[in-house]
Design a protein around this ligand. Structure first.
Ligand SMILES: *Cc1c(COP(=O)(O)O)cnc(C)c1O
Length: 343
């Protein structure tokens, strides 16, 4: 029998389990543009409460949720300070600039996943017609699997406050950050003015993100969401999958982190390979081929049923649809590649 492919490209490749599909089929729904979908309303309230915010807003994607957050915080001609590697800067098609005339002020990320505070301070512009108006600082947690230290977040929040700036978190994987530190979600999310949370990453829902923030911000966001085409009708069908994910798939993120740690350990002794940081980052493992032929490595593994991605550096992401046995197989395939190369 053919072995199923071990797909470590991303935690977005998970598919809904039977229980999640049953919850979707049974979902009570209504027209959410009229505010009448009970399942969506329940999900928005639940995530708002869990994250210590006043209100929530359901989105088809994290990209749209982040975009609407930026549009709701910033006016035309204003800017947001963000890291060079952030999803909200690099991987969202420049949406805030295209659709909002909002300028990003990207800053190089430090190796620990933080934007150095002195660089943020230096980038904040004074009131001068030459400059865009600095309005927002946007962080990401986890960022490329790294947990952003809590004391850094607190200090960055202070800096933002000091300058009257809003403070947004791209929390696509904030549940990984919470579980990875044994914290409640609100311990992290409560430090921000708004947070975008993905249910479709490690939590395993097929679609769905929620933006949380104040009543006022979410009211503005609702208007922007309509304009960018995100007003959905009986979308309780997908909100039910998100509720199921919150009920069943939060605590189990710790299993993904443990398997990622095992994967990192299993390949750490291989000659010609370097585990970036020497260990897993929550549910991700990054690998550098010291010989430099990352493309050949990726293709060789893919033909043997192990898929992963990454630009240059290989990125292997553990999620609910891979088990311990498959991780052992993945280690074996990677070992075989480097053994083969030495022969
Ligand atoms: C996946 C992701 C998003 C949102 O992506 P969508 O595919 O649009 O849901 C935002 N930020 C980060 C860090 C992500 O990994």
């Amino acid at each position: 029998m053919n072995q199923p492919v071990i797909d470590l490209r991303s935690d977005t490749v998970t598919v809904p389990c039977e229980g999640m599909r049953r919850a979707m089929a049974a979902a009570e729904v209504g027209d959410d543009v009229y505010g009448e979908d009970p399942t969506i309303n329940r999900l928005e309230t639940r995530l708002a409460e869990m994250s210590a915010h006043e209100a929530g807003l359901f989105f088809p994607s994290g990209t749209q949720s982040n975009l609407v957050a930026l549009l709701s915080h910033c006016q035309r001609g204003e800017e947001y300070i963000v890291s060079q590697d952030a999803h909200t800067y690099k991987y969202e098609g420049g949406g805030a600039a295209v659709l909002g005339s909002i300028q990003p002020q990207p800053i190089e990320l430090a190796p620990d996943g933080t934007i150095p505070l002195e660089k943020i301070r230096a980038a904040i512009k004074e009131d001068d017609p030459h400059f865009a108006i600095t309005r927002l600082v946007a962080l990401e947690n986890t960022i490329a699997g790294r947990i952003v230290p809590q004391d850094y977040i607190v200090a960055a929040r202070e800096l933002a406050r000091e300058h009257g700036l809003s403070f947004h978190l791209d929390g696509a994987r904030v549940f990984n950050a919470a579980v990875g530190q044994g914290l409640a979600l609100a311990d992290i999310t409560g430090l921000f003015d708004s947070v975008s949370i993905c249910l479709s990453k490690g939590l395993g829902a097929p679609v769905g993100s929620v933006l949380v923030g104040s009543h006022d911000l979410i009211a503005r966001g609702r208007r922007w969401r309509k304009m960018v085409g995100g007003g959905m009708r009986q979308a309780g069908i997908i909100a039910a999958a998100c509720e199921y994910a919150l009920d069943h798939n939060v605590e189990r993120l710790a299993e993904d982190h443990a398997l990622a740690a095992r994967l990192a350990e299993g390949v750490s002794a291989i000659d010609g390979l370097r585990v970036v940081d020497g260990a897993a980052r929550t549910n991700m493992v990054f690998l550098d081929c010291t010989g430099g032929d990352g493309e050949d490595f990726r293709e060789w593994c893919a033909t043997r049923g192990l898929r992963f991605g990454g630009r240059g550096t290989a990125r292997l992401v553990v999620h609910k649809d891979v088990n311990a046995e498959q991780i052992e197989s993945a280690i074996g395939i990677i070992q075989a590649y480097f053994a083969d190369r030495r022969d």
